[in-house]
Write a protein that binds this ligand. Structure first.
Ligand code: ADP
Length: 319
């Protein structure tokens, strides 16, 4: 059953376009029920990777599976269980949201009409468009159109939603609404979405893969990524002569380094620790064992995704 652990699982998936390596040996592992952010700058290969997953283009090499089924040979079966929102979804502007969803639902679902109408009403509610259901789409804002696009992708109750830059072109309010809809949908399906917006990933994803120049440069849960790859760092501002305390801390087995800066009688330490639990329990007490020392600030340094992203992307370029 371990093939079911990952909804999307690719091995060395690659795509060249006349010498351009749009996707390079991608090993994607998307856990079931995650909101998975596929993050990278424009041109990184995100749309190409999505097209490969959906069987809309063939890989140059490598392979992949969705729900354990092969993305090349089983793509028709796979797509029955996947909802997809393209980067710039097109609608018939004169049709209403309800008509659009009805059209799509009937395409997939042959059940009784009453059942279809119930689904449509529920889905409109889910994406916050109930009050606009019967207006023509050409009166919709960008954010409303994107939410309708998500509704359309969701209407056949897919096990996996693939959304290509669902919030990229939107103003802050539109983005917030779209992200909220995605959070709401997580209880129904796994959500795999591409984006170049770090803030969005930090807000709604629980896992992330970072691509740059077609290559995967990181893949982890947001929590692990934010904890920092080099372990946790505690930051302290100390007043008083701190040298003895420094020796004492440096001697601890769970301390991997202390970075010291001093200015105007105040010393700042960045203490790298290998065991966060022990550090949390002991670090402050060990410093304060020197009674003449005062601590004016103590905290665990948390990384912002942006710092990590920049480190990874720039670090990758040096190599
Ligand atoms: P992203 O979605 O991350 O912005 P894309 O997958 O659209 O990136 O593009 C990745 C790279 O592949 C780019 O250099 C792009 O120009 C190239 N590319 C994408 N599609 C084609 C195509 N059909 N023919 C040739 N080159 C392409």
């Amino acid at each position: 059953m371990n093939t079911n652990e990952f909804v999307i699982n690719t091995q060395g998936l690659s795509k060249n376009y006349n010498g351009v390596q749009a996707v390079k040996s991608l090993d994607l592992k998307v856990p079931k029920n995650s909101i998975f952010g596929f993050l990278g700058p424009n041109g990184a290969g995100k749309t190409t990777a999505i097209k490969l997953l959906l069987g809309l283009t063939r890989p140059t090499s490598g392979s992949g599976s969705i729900f354990g089924q092969d993305i090349i040979n089983d793509s028709v079966d796979i797509r029955k269980r996947v909802g997809y929102l393209a980067q710039e979804p097109r609608f018939y502007g004169h049709m209403t949201a309800r008509e659009t969803l009805r059209f799509k639902a009937r395409f997939y679902y042959r059940g009784p009409a009453a059942e279809i109408e119930k689904r449509i009403t529920e889905t409109l509610e889910l994406v916050g468009l109930s009050d606009k259901a019967d207006r023509p789409i050409n009166t919709f804002s960008g954010g409303e159109r994107q939410r309708l696009g998500i509704a359309q992708a969701q209407i056949n109750y897919p096990d996996l939603l693939i959304l290509d830059e669902p919030a990229a072109a939107l103003d802050p309010m539109g983005r917030r609404d779209v992200l909220e809809v995605m959070e709401r949908l997580q209880k129904y399906s796994t959500i795999f979405y591409s984006t170049h917006i770090l803030d969005d990933v930090q807000r709604v994803s629980d896992s992330v893969a970072i691509v740059n120049y077609g290559e995967l440069v990181a893949q982890a849960s947001i929590q692990d990524l934010l904890a920092g790859s080099q372990g946790t760092i505690y930051s302290l501002d100390i007043e008083g002569e701190a040298n003895r305390a420094r020796t004492r801390i440096a001697d601890q087995a769970w301390v991997s380094g202390i970075d010291v800066t001093s200015a105007k009688g105040q010393t700042t330490w960045q203490v790298s620790v290998t065991d966060d639990e022990v550090a949390k329990a002991q670090l402050l007490r060990l410093v304060l064992a020197d009674e003449q020392l005062t601590i004016t600030r103590f905290g665990r340094k948390t990384y912002k995704l942006e710092e990590i992203f920049m480190n990874i992307v720039q670090g990758g370029n040096h190599g």
